[in-house]
Ligand binder design. Structure first.
Ligand SMILES: NC(=O)c1ccc[n+]([C@@H]2O[C@H](COP(=O)([O-])OP(=O)(O)OC[C@H]3O[C@@H](n4cnc5c(N)ncnc54)[C@H](O)[C@@H]3O)[C@@H](O)[C@H]2O)c1
Length: 371
């Protein structure tokens, strides 16, 4: 059993919890990246703990809270109450000034780090998933530290640099547990598609002259990112994910732009990405690519989370500590160490899992005859 705790019962949580129900009951495996990791199937994932600060969500069963405002993920499966009541969290910088109406805090006592760590232990949480709004620097560190104190694995889905920061890795190492992150990649999201195209350009001997990736969406995630001061790490995370596929990443940073660029309420969870690449090709002749990608942003993140929660528990069970970069690289935009491309990331993952004795099925690279 993989016992999951959620920090921030927003739209990703709403999609993820319904996905667990769907894949847990169905024979359908289309859409799952890996069906079985260390013997764990989707049906082995349980939500056992959830924490939020919004008065619309705290105190409700998590199966009800995922449909409370301002979440916009529709009801996709019939879901019974899970017997898990959303607990009050610590607000800190989780709620930006312009988001107070959306995430109006419940008037309840906020927990200390020790309270949180005790709750994680008493609920038997194996892995805690950080789904706070972008810019939640203090709040993310608060929950990460509580997880470390409780010896619980931590998954950092947001662009706060924790798994990619030395001191945080050391904290998890000393606590005999792991942290995976930072900033979750979508299954077929703008980062992985952009990275794949730029690494293809480099592989074929051409050079990126300039490239941008503009993203618009209509949920609280995009509304929260209207505040520029909360965005610094998001832009670094997204841009570095692309430039790291190129021969001289530091130089390329000036010629690549990737980041959120607009909130359009009627889009809801639909994210539209415009990816433009201009390459200098043979004889310096330009090659131009323009791509429009339309996805359900929350489905994209949840598909990756289905793998990562099982992986985190499997690694912790085998005594892996700190920030194993090869476990984060296929799944996060800003891992402790970036792989040059998606194939390399996956090969590193498979090789290391084999070394530790963790099975993962089906191995995707077989499809291309690469491993
Ligand atoms: N494809 C993706 O959706 C994707 C990809 C990468 C990163 N992310 C990041 O994942 C995070 C979660 O995304 P989402 O769409 O579910 O967000 P969301 O806006 O739907 O939900 C955020 C939740 O956090 C709660 N919250 C705010 N402050 C809190 C605190 N201090 N303690 C506990 N809860 C608090 C809010 O009440 C809300 O329920 C965001 O930071 C997003 O940028 C998403």
């Amino acid at each position: 059993m993989v016992r999951v705790g959620i920090v921030g019962v927003g739209n990703i949580a709403a999609m993820f919890i319904q996905a667990i129900e769907y894949y847990g009951l169905s024979e359908d495996t289309v859409g799952l990246i890996h069906e079985i990791i260390d013997g764990y199937k989707a049906s082995d994932i349980r939500i056992v703990y959830a924490v939020d600060v919004a008065r619309t969500k705290v105190g409700k069963d998590v199966a009800e809270a995922i449909f409370a405002k301002p979440n916009t993920v529709p009801k996709l499966v019939d879901i019974r109450n899970l017997g898990v009541t959303v607990r009050m969290g610590r607000i800190l910088d989780g709620v930006a000034a312009h988001m107070v109406d959306d995430f109006q805090p419940a008037p309840l006592k906020e927990p200390t780090i020790d309270d949180l760590a005790d709750e994680l232990k008493s609920y038997g949480v194996d892995v805690l998933v950080n789904l706070l709004p972008v810019g939640s620097s203090e709040a993310s560190r608060f929950y990460a530290e509580a997880a470390a104190r409780a010896g619980v694995a931590f998954i950092n889905c947001i662009p706060e640099f924790l798994a990619s920061e030395r001191s945080c890795c050391e904290l998890f190492e000393r606590s005999y547990t792991i942290i995976l992150g930072d900033d979750i990649k979508g299954q077929l999201g703008s980062t992985i598609v952009h990275r794949t195209l730029t690494s293809l350009v480099a592989m074929r001997g051409a050079e990126i002259a300039e490239s941008y990736q503009l993203n618009v969406g209509g949920n609280t995630d995009f509304k929260n990112m209207l505040e520029q001061t909360r965005l610094a790490s998001k832009k670094i995370s997204k841009t570095a994910a692309v430039t790291s596929t190129l021969p001289k990443p530091e130089e390329a940073f000036q010629r690549v732009h990737a980041g959120p660029s607009g909130y359009i309420p009627f889009l809801g969870n639909t994210k539209v990405s415009y990816i433009y690449i201009k390459a200098r090709g043979f004889l310096g002749i330009p090659v131009v690519m323009d791509l429009k990608l339309v996805v359900d942003d929350k489905a994209m993140a949840s598909a990756v989370l289905m793998d990562v929660v099982r992986l985190a528990v499997a690694l912790k069970k085998r005594g892996v500590k700190g920030c194993p970069h090869w476990a984060s690289a296929p799944y996060f935009k800003h891992p402790p160490k970036q792989a040059r491309n998606e194939e390399e990331a996956l090969i590193n993952l498979y090789t290391n899992l084999e070394r530790i004795g963790i099975s993962i099925e089906p191995r995707k690279l077989h499809l291309f005859g690469a491993i």
